[in-house]
Design a protein around this ligand. Structure first.
Ligand code: ADP
Ligand code: MG
Length: 594
């Protein structure tokens, strides 16, 4: 092309819209998102979604919202036509989901588009047909108040984009994801979704978030949910998060909303991971719905045209607050703010197939051996094999703790403790269990600033490699607070004259080396004071725990009871499981018994 033949031209609207469509409309699911958001912005109490052919044939949304008069309807499909934003100042206090005024124009430019709408106060409605961005028809229409939009044959005039659409199932999965997100962010609105004539969801309006989650995911998921709640001057957080028992192997069921808008931000993902670090085993993730409310001026939603990714004006504050609030959702069992009914979820046996192996159930009553073991030998004392610890004579009251009824059978493999609980077999790793117990005690003491020092008979000097020494030096005040009597003693050497009492008889050298390593590992991560303490406690507990010996029956009993009293009995502080559970149901199934 020669430069002489070129001149600058303003692109016609039709072309601009088609280009914009590339940003706003990636696939049928993006159309659905824009249409649903518009319906919600219009104050609809009921939003009905219909799709066909994975959204290629049809994406339609009808609402009972405010509707539009004819002029507004015609304007609505013009680029940058919006009723939601008047001037630049408005960008700082957006209350609506849309504001760019480009969605309808973009969608209409790449589809066969019909809009039918009627404000409640008008007798007649309007119907517009647009074909590839060109207005084809405008006429009066008899229709109920509200707006109904049909988008057919998306990308019919953009073959290049059509080619990038995936299979019907994949596109439908994306459509459903959008529907679920909108449903979760607005449980108060009624919603329905139909695909190829089949009803997928019918959600009643006026619901709470918990109702809605139950409607969408079923009782099994709902039973493991714990409330998340917190508020400070910057941010209000409300939502639900699952305990490890209700966790998933991926993050697909984590839904974040900021001021009612679906949002994502690396910072939020990071905060979730951080909050779950010692609670979830590696590779497991919570089901999570988080509603963040904050001053629209302190969050920038305009980063991406699809308006998902957000930026915070105060990232550090948001992160620290989120981590704190999420963590307290797990451990907040002690807070009176949480209804007792929710606590009981924590004590119920898991039934979800994918978690049953990891987590033990919590008995609520003592089993009747005659029912459980129809073919077991008769229960005369002289013929039954002597249990290592006899089961309690009388059923205990439904316990607050897991394994309130249990019978320890012994140790296998020179290590694992085997026990029977009301409805299954539990294998317990004494090392992981002990770590959990020590760690929680340690942190509880640290929190109350009540660590007990235990002086060493003879103070010891510990020399460390320079990097480790530097880490320890940086954190001396924290170590002191946690009960470590450590002071500098020349270059890269330290004098240790006391250790936290809970650690028992450990080598100061090993503890300090372990702590240095943990601090190193933590390095890049947040470094909030609480995390430093956490890291130190974790590594110290790990060093302190060594089980290379046979445990006496009383020791096993003690450990099981101590573990049952912890807040997170099912994983060690590093996220390894403390117990593996096999239910009698499962055993019966494996043995082919019915
Ligand atoms: P935005 O939502 O960013 O304002 P859109 O292109 O999505 O831009 O919509 C343009 C305008 O059309 C909106 O500002 C609104 O006034 C009107 N509109 C769109 N959908 C509806 C609806 N379902 N009910 C009432 N008005 C609507
Ligand atoms: Mg919109």
């Amino acid at each position: 092309m020669t430069t002489a033949s070129r001149s600058i031209q303003i692109l016609p609207d039709l072309v601009v819209n088609k280009i914009a469509a590339g940003e706003v409309v990636e696939r049928p699911a993006s159309v659905l998102k824009e249409l649903m958001e518009n319906a919600l912005d219009a104050g609809a109490t009921q939003v009905d979604v219909e799709v066909a052919g994975g959204g290629r044939l049809l994406v339609a949304v009808s609402d009972d919202g405010v509707g539009m008069g004819r002029d507004d309807a015609l304007l609505s499909i013009e680029r940058h036509a919006t009723s939601k934003l008047r001037d630049i100042g408005d960008l700082d206090h957006l209350q609506t989901l849309g504001f760019r005024g480009e969605a309808l124009a973009a969608i209409a430019s790449v589809s066969q588009f019909t809009l039918t709408t009627r404000p409640r106060e008008s007798a007649a409605g309007t119907e517009l047909s647009v074909m590839g961005g060109k207005l084809k028809d405008v006429r009066d229409a008899g229709c109920p108040p509200g707006t109904s939009i049909q988008v057919r044959h998306l990308f019919f005039n953009v073959p290049a984009r059509r080619k990038f659409l995936r299979s019907e199932q994949t596109e439908l999965a994306h459509l459903r994801q959008v529907f679920v997100e909108q449903a979760l962010s607005h449980p108060e609105r009624g919603m329905k979704m139909t695909a190829d004539g089949r009803e997928l969801h019918r959600l009643t309006g006026g619901a709470t978030l918990e109702d809605r989650l139950r409607e969408l995911y079923g009782k099994e998921v709902a039973r493991w949910l714990r409330p998340v709640k917190g508020k400070d001057s910057l941010l209000e957080v409300e939502g639900l998060i699952s305990l490890p028992e209700g966790g998933r192997s991926d993050r697909s069921e984590q839904h974040i909303f900021i001021n009612g808008r679906v949002a994502s931000a690396p910072l939020i993902a990071y905060s979730i991971t951080e909050a779950c670090r010692q609670i979830y085993p590696r590779g497991r993730h919570p089901v999570l719905v988080l509603n963040l409310r904050m001053d629209p001026a302190s969050v920038d939603v305009n980063v991406h045209p699809a308006k998902r990714e957000v930026r915070f004006r105060n990232p550090t504050l948001v992160r620290d607050f989120l981590v704190e609030v999420l963590r307290s959702a797990f451990t907040g069992g002690l807070s009176p703010a949480i209804p007792v009914a929710d606590l009981s979820a924590f004590q119920m046996p898991p039934r979800a197939k994918d978690t049953r192996e990891l987590f033990p159930s919590i008995p609520s009553r003592v089993p009747d051996p005659a029912v459980r073991y129809p073919s077991a030998p008769p229960a005369e004392p002289f013929r039954a094999p002597a249990p290592i610890s006899a089961p309690p004579e009388k059923p205990m009251a439904p316990g607050k703790e897991p394994w309130s009824w249990h019978r320890i059978l012994g140790q296998v493999g020179g290590h694992f403790v085997v026990m029977e609980t009301e409805d299954g077999l539990v294998l317990l790793d004494p090392q992981a269990a002990h770590e959990r117990v020590l760690y929680e005690r340690f942190m509880a003491d640290a929190k109350r600033r009540k660590v007990v020092l235990q002086g060493l008979l003879s103070p010891q000097t510990v020399e460390l490699p320079p990097r480790d020494a530097a880490r320890i030096r940086e954190n001396l005040p924290t170590l002191k607070q946690l009960g470590f009597g450590v002071s500098e003693f020349g270059q890269d050497a330290f004098l240790v004259d006391a250790l936290p009492a809970g650690l028992g008889d450990v080598s100061p050298e090993k503890v300090l080396a372990g702590v240095a390593e943990a601090l190193e590992e933590m390095g890049a991560r947040s470094g909030a004071a609480r995390d430093v303490e956490d890291s130190i406690a974790q590594s110290a507990c790990r060093t302190a725990v060594r089980f290379h010996k046979q445990l006496a029956p009383q020791e096993m009993e003690q450990l099981v009871n101590d573990l049952a009293k912890t807040m997170m009995p099912y994983t060690c502080p590093h996220g390894r499981p403390t117990v593996i559970y096999m239910g009698f149901d499962e055993l019966n199934r494996k043995f082919g018994r019915t």
